[in-house]
Write a protein that binds this ligand. Structure first.
Ligand code: 4AZ
Length: 258
């Protein structure tokens, strides 16, 4: 309890299955309150990186929400069902990357500061814990198996988000397989990375955006990517596209100082 250090964790459960938040304790759910509509609506995923900061995707915030419309929930397994041990925060501030390009989703990264009366915000528990940021020079081998999680759709054309947290396993694609040629001629920049399931099973889908692609590195879980976009979900040989977090370590540090 207390200090929220990012810590040791190994993959526990097999791909493409329902999961417990305890296995993905850095997984945040972001909700929005619209002015004229009652209730809180699921917006996007997020990734807790320290007690008071969470990463997400810039494209989630294109509508320009004010901070008091947003809520961040940690420690919840079921998307819409509050849990006794969950931790819920208002947002003190959020920053969308200044060069986010809504045409091609370049720089699809945002950083949210949790609001708290105390110095700490999230407290480490069995279901809430930060993920680690990678070291600046980290280069994981191609095809490294990593993990995604989220409350996104089970199928590309499903009308519903998943009620229950799910996890999947995807492998980091070589840069040569992460180009427009493989993604229906959409722009792919080197601030993006691709990951997919070579068995054609697991992939992120609508609603998973903003959530984590984490990889085991030296007994830590490092946030390597932020779920960003794709061509459909789980299509054969088409990877999901992620924001390449290691390209934004300076931006993250600078933004946390603001
Ligand atoms: C989305 O719409 C989305 N298959 C995110 C990731 C992927 C597809 C769609 C990757 O948020």
């Amino acid at each position: 309890m207390g200090l929220l250090a990012c810590r040791v964790r190994r993959y526990r459960i097999k791909g493409g299955s329902y999961a417990d938040i305890a296995a993905h304790p850095w997984r945040a759910a972001i909700f929005v309150k619209y002015h004229q509509v009652p209730g809180e609506h699921f917006l996007c995923g997020g990734i807790l990186i320290s007690s008071c900061w969470a990463l997400s995707a810039a494209h989630c915030f294109e509508e320009g929400f004010s901070t008091n419309q947003l809520k961040i929930v940690l420690g919840r397994t079921s998307r819409a069902t509050p849990e006794e041990n969950e931790q819920k925060f208002q947002v003190k501030n959020y920053t969308v990357h200044q060069r986010f390009d809504s045409e091609n989703f370049n720089n699809d990264i945002a950083l949210l500061q949790l609001k708290s009366d105390a110095e700490d915000c999230a407290v480490e528990t069995g279901t809430v814990r930060a993920a680690c940021l990678p070291m600046p020079e980290l280069q994981l081998p191609d095809w490294t198996e990593c993990e995604i999680s989220g409350y996104g759709k089970n199928e590309e054309f499903s009308p519903f988000y998943s009620e229950h947290l799910k996890e999947g396993h995807v492998r980091l694609f070589p840069a040569s397989r992460c180009t427009a040629q493989y993604l229906e001629n959409r722009t792919v920049t080197d601030s993006m990375l691709c990951a997919g399931d070579t068995r054609n099973l697991d992939d992120a889908c609508k609603g998973d955006s903003g959530g984590p692609l984490v990889c085991v590195k030296d007994d830590r879980m490092d946030v390597i990517g932020i779920i960003s976009w794709g061509i459909g979900c789980g299509r054969k040989d088409i990877p999901g596209v992620y924001t390449n977090v290691s390209r934004y370590l300076d931006w993250i540090q600078d933004t946390m100082k603001l």
